[in-house]
Design a protein around this ligand. Structure first.
Ligand SMILES: *Cc1c(COP(=O)(O)O)cnc(C)c1O
Ligand code: SF4
Length: 326
């Protein structure tokens, strides 16, 4: 184990130098990590950095967020846009694959950058924020498409927007007669719970229901601060759903997955999807064979309340949408 260095707990770690200073990587790794950093964004919030055991290469939080030279090795089956968002984008920031619902991506920044992210070629701190005009075009698209009943805000992470901005966008969408529900996909409540302020929670109070799907992959992510953030959202009447990516070394053993699902229901989150990993570039080290995933799901049935079991799904290539793994 490297000598633990005084760890700066006050700000998000964004460069290999930051990671070195925080004692999370060895100095000998720096040249390789600089190469990774030139290609893929890094961010580890203080909340998540505090959970990582320095020097433990098997740490399930470290595995999710610490850059790894293996990211520069692209396997033959890996794709830049594994969910095929691009061909289903009628206007910038919108992805329309299903008749009744569509995605709105107001920005591409995240609180943390997950090393297995399916949008890793697109996300990053430079934001990909829709301009005023682009956002207006996207909102006009939703206004004109009256078959859409649900708008799913994703990105990037929509909770990286200011509370005011988010409230304005939700308000515009909720004001459309054909829109019945809104949904936000986010990692903020666990990865950066300090962002869940009173103002942010207030932005969820809209004329239409706002659901939040929280992305979490390991029980340890549910810190006391995360629990408080989630409780505030639940108390504001926001139904909480859980989304998990099945990841080798993080949650691919029954006790770890069980602990995660139990942490979710304790925090009023209904586990919704367990995603089979999308083949984004340089993520092969996380891949779990689908048969192993099915065996895990079978092992958990009966061991947990039925409502704690998510659907195990994969994204079909070429934009075919989510399908049950069976
Ligand atoms: C995942 C996804 C949705 C949401 O699907 P649900 O099964 O309702 O969670 C909607 N649109 C696109 C393009 C998606 O990829
Ligand atoms: S928070 Fe979501 S969009 Fe952002 S890097 Fe992680 S998986 Fe990708």
């Amino acid at each position: 184990m490297p000598e633990p260095i005084a760890r700066d707990q006050s700000r998000t770690l964004r460069t290999p130098q930051d990671l070195l200073r925080a004692g999370l990587v060895a100095e000998a790794m720096l040249p390789a990590l600089e190469e990774v950093a030139a290609r893929y964004a890094t961010a580890i919030t203080p909340a998540m950095a505090a959970l990582i055991t320095p020097g433990d290469p098997a740490d399930p939080i470290g595995l999710q967020y610490l850059p790894d030279p293996a990211e520069l090795t692209i396997a033959p089956h890996e794709m830049e846009d594994p969910t095929a968002d691009a061909p289903f984008t009628p206007v910038k920031g919108v992805v329309h694959r299903y008749p009744d619902r569509a995605l709105l991506k107001p920005l591409l920044a995240c609180p943390v950058y997950c090393r297995f992210c399916f949008r890793r070629e697109k996300v990053g701190p430079d934001g990909g924020v829709l301009t005023e005009a682009e956002l207006e075009s996207a909102l006009l698209w939703f206004e004109g498409n009256t078959a859409i009943r649900e708008v799913i805000l994703t990105g990037g992470d929509p909770l990286m927007l200011s509370a005011r901005r988010l409230g304005e966008i939700l308000g515009r969408l909720a004001g459309m007669a054909h829109i019945e529900t809104l949904r936000i996909h986010t990692r903020v409540p666990v990865a950066d719970p300090a962002r869940v302020t009173g103002a942010l929670v207030a932005a969820m109070r809209q004329a239409k229901p706002v659901f939040i799907a929280v992305h979490a992959n390991h029980a340890r992510e549910f810190t006391p601060d995360a629990a408080m953030a989630l409780a505030r959202l639940a108390e504001a009447g926001v139904p909480l759903l859980g989304q998990t990516v099945l990841l080798r070394g993080v949650n691919d053993e029954a006790p770890a997955l069980e602990a995660l699902l139990r942490a979710m229901i304790r925090n009023r989150i209904k586990p919704y999807y367990l995603h089979s990993l999308d083949p984004a570039p340089g993520t092969a080290r996380f891949q779990v064979p689908e048969d192993d995933g099915l065996a895990l799901m079978a092992a958990l049935r009966g061991r947990l309340p039925g409502h704690a079991l998510p659907f195990f799904v994969r994204e079909t290539p070429m934009g075919g949408g989510k399908k049950a793994v069976s």
